[in-house]
Design a protein. Structure first.
Length: 54
């Protein structure tokens, strides 16, 4: 209950977005490989951004 109003940090937001992008890339890999590769590239950019925050 005490964490109810806790703001998420920038790193937590980026991690959630990274997970979402990787999930989308996995789904797209079955139908559209080029779009899947684009999502993976976008996710890697986020991963680099997260590493720079540390």
């Amino acid at each position: 209950m005490f964490g109810l109003f806790k703001k998420s940090t920038e790193k937590e937001k980026l991690q959630a977005k990274y997970a979402k992008l990787m999930e989308q890339a996995h789904k797209l890999s079955k139908s559209n490989r080029r779009a899947s590769d684009a999502k993976v590239a976008e996710a890697e950019e986020l991963l680099n951004k997260m590493e720079n925050l540390e």
